[in-house]
Structures are given as C-alpha cells and as structure tokens.
Ligand binder design. Sequence first.
Ligand code: NAP
Ligand code: MG
Length: 495
Amino acid sequence: MSKKFQNYVSGTWVDAKSGKVFENRNPAHWDTVLGTFPLSGKEDVDEAVRAARRAFESWRLVPAPKRGDIMRAVGDIMTRRKEELALQMTREMGKVLLETRGDVQEGIDTAYYAASEGRRLFGHTVPSELPNKFNMAVRMPVGVAAIITPWNFPMAIPTWKIFPALVSGNTVVFKPASDTPATATALVEILVEAGVPPGVVNIVHGGGSEVGMALVEHPDIDLISFTGSTSVGKKISEVASKTLKRVSLELGGKNAQIVMDDANLDLALEGVLWGAFGTTGQRCTATSRLIIHEPVYDKFLSMVVDKSKKMRLGDGSDEGVDVGPCVNENQRKTVDSYVQIGRSEGAKVVAGGTIASGNGLSKGWFYEPTVLADVTQEMRVAKEEIFGPVLSVIKVRSLDEAIAVSNNTMYGLSSSIYTQDINNAYRAIRDLKAGITYVNAPTIGAEAHMPFGGVKETGNGHREGGWTVYDFFTEWKTVYVDYSGKLQRAQIDNS
Ligand code: NAP
Ligand code: MG
C-alpha cells in the first residue's frame, strides 16, 4: 500500500475538495508507486490563499529575528533528517544520493542564512535636505507569495524561495512540481514542526495548469516566485501582468564550457563530466555545450568520449552509480528526439545515443550519456535546451569565437572557461553574456549565499540566493520624520 499524502491549508492536512488523487512513481523502477497526492483545483487554491491572507496580518508583526529563529530550527531539523530526505528524493526523481544529499544541504545552508538575515534585513538611513528631519527607507513584507517550483532541485529551490519569503514577513502558498510532491510535503512538515503558525505556509498539490495557473490568476496573490521552463514562465508573466503582480522568473539554460588550448585538460575533463551528466543533465545550469579550442579538439574530445562511455547508469540509491534515470517518460522521449534531430542535422553521435538497456535498467527511464561531436552553432542541438544527458561539442579557432559561440543562444544562465591564461579568463568574465561565469570550474555548483539567476530569456532580472533575493520579497517603505515643529517644504524652503 502506498502512502496517501494531503494538502496543508490553514494549519490542517486535508484532501482535495474533489477527492481526486494522482500517483507518484520511482523513475528508476516505474512499477513502484511512492504515494498518492491530492489532485487539487481552483477551489483548494482559493481556500489556501484565504488562509495565507488571514495569517499575513499577524505574521507580519512577528519580529523578524523571531521569524529567523524558526528558520534556524528548520535548519536543525533538516540536518537531523538529511539522510532520510536524500533517500526519499532519489526515489522520487532519480538523481544519485551524493547529489540529493547536496540538494538537502543547500536547503540547510539557506535556512541558516535566512536565520541570520532575520537580524539584518538592513534598510538605509540618509540625511534629509531639510534641518531637523530624519529620512530612512525600511523593508516591509509584500503579502501573500505563490511559490511554483520544478522537480530537479525539489528541496533546494523551494527553500531558496520560501525561507526568504517567510523571514521577510510574507505568507506562502506552495505549488510544487507534480513529479516531486513527497519532498515538498516533507519540507512543509519540517516548517510546521519548527513552529511556523497555521496559515503562514500552505501547500496545494496538483497540475500546473490547474493549481499553478489558479495562483497566477488569483487577485489576492501579491508575489509569484517561479522556477521552471521559459515557455511556462512567459505564460505566467503574461497572465500575472493583468493584476500587476510582482513576478520572479528563473527559467531555462543552454550553458557552455569553453576549453582553451592552455587549459589543464584533466581538470576540464572532470568538470565537463560533472557538468553534463550530473543530475542526468537535468539542471538549469547543466553543461549542454562543450566549446573546444581547435589545437586540443581531437585530444580532448576523445578523453570525454572515453570517460562518458564508462559512466555507470543505475538506481541513484545504489553505491557506485554515476548517472540516474531521466525523471519521467516524456523527458526521456524529448532527449531521444533531440539526439535524432542532431543526427539529421549532421552531428556525429560519438558516445551513447540510445535508450539504455541492460541489467536493472529495463523498468526505469534511463538514457545513455550521449556526446554529439562536430556540432555547429546553427544546429538546434546547439541552441535549444534538451534537459538530459546530451553534450553537444563545437570546435572554435579563437577565444573570441569561443565567447561568440557561447553567447549565441536565447538563454544566459551559466558559463564556464578552462584556461591558465589570466587574460583569457578576465576577457571571458567581461564578455560572456550570462548571470554566472565559472573559471576553471564547471557550469554547475551554485553556493546558497551568492546571487543566482540569468540574463536574456533565462529570467526577468531578479536574482535568488544570498542577499539579493530579499529585494524581491520585500517592499521599500520610505519614511520622513520631521521634528522641526513647523511645516518644511522640500525643494522650496531650502532652495
Ligand atoms: P515546467 O514544466 O515549467 O514546470 C515548473 C513548475 O510550473 C511545475 O510546478 C509545474 O507544475 C508548473 N506549471 C506548469 N505549467 C504551468 C502553468 N501553465 N501555470 C502555472 N504553473 C505551471 O518546468 P519543469 O519541467 O518542472 O522543470 C524544468 C525546467 O525548469 C527547465 O527548463 C529548467 O531549465 C528550468 N529550471 C530553471 C532553474 C533556474 O533557476 N533558472 C532551475 C531549475 C530548473 P507540474 O509539475 O504540475 O507540471
Ligand atoms: Mg516521480
């Protein structure tokens, strides 16, 4: 018997009003049902938003350091439950245990950062242009936040959004990805255990176009923090503009690692394998393109091919497995269709290129780690996000060409260059059009206390992580205190 999960609304665990449910299965063993979850609708969203709106009136008055103390307790509970949460996440979405532990750790780091931010939330004091007058700008909570998240970082991404939202004094309605509802439920259980009052955090499970869109359209939602695909992000932006909601969008990527002829090739090899095939290539920051400088193209390509073929596919909870399955059947179909597109465009499949078969793999959504060589920048496999274990390799003749190729995409999330020449490194830092640039490190590896986000169609200019996310979750209130005892007119009495 699989476990039955529920929504959490106004401090109570409840079923969807319709009574309908959906199943969640293990992508490494698709015949294993992990649980059933409420298939909610607009009526469940309405109730959750009402609860969050009511709770906002008292939560906003709780001193921020006290809200931060709750986040510290959250971090402590997550630390205690780390191994169990990681195992559940591997079963739910497939990435290897090493990585799901990292995903939980990112949540822990974010909790402790949020705890300390409760004692900062700095504003500004600024001199007045008039005598006997005091000027300041302080941060205020915004209201009710809708949090809509993807399945590839099922703990880390919700924590990046929910913890700063709460410390800032907002209340939350959380709609997690349908592929990872159990991890999301565990996060809510932890928040409740740590002392978040009823109504402050609510979770409503269900489909994107039903539950997600109902939140986006809802007149009583003030903020939307969304991470997911660029196509859904655009739709959200369009619909939310009708009610002038504040919207933060973290969307797709087509990230490239550049390898120059002076690079340490062994280091670059480790980087590209981790970047391209970690999380089965299903990261917004995954290394999807490898741009190699001509003098080392043949040598480095054969190093990559050799190692890719040796990567071990399997259930992410087994020791020694390097690459887990794709998250679901659709995702694997997309990956396979892009490999066919690459072939027809003239790319050479030099590793992988097929659905994986073999011992223990027949009931999972496995795909061989795939390398496409002789890719040119016009090909679709060089431009479009694949979101799977596929690396497109492109040859370039110079640093300028490498940077131009790296920039030749509608996305702008992460970028990387391997070089030992400091001049190359700094030119790349200046000229790569991306929110993140790594030097001598792969395109993945964000740290929780640093700004995270991208340019171009990767987002709409906001940043998560570190101190920057607090700009999204707070509203500036400008305060003037006149203690002169008389009317003082700015721009008039002091001119
Ligand atoms: P997705 O299909 O866009 O879904 C993301 C979330 O939005 C899910 O919770 C989904 O619900 C919901 N949703 C779907 N349609 C919706 C709609 N019409 N209105 C409101 N909500 C809707 O993305 P995904 O496949 O889960 O994740 C992969 C994508 O996320 C990739 O493009 C990846 O690059 C991007 N990503 C970006 C970042 C970043 O920080 N830039 C990080 C991670 C992932 P359901 O699950 O119920 O469909
Ligand atoms: Mg699943």
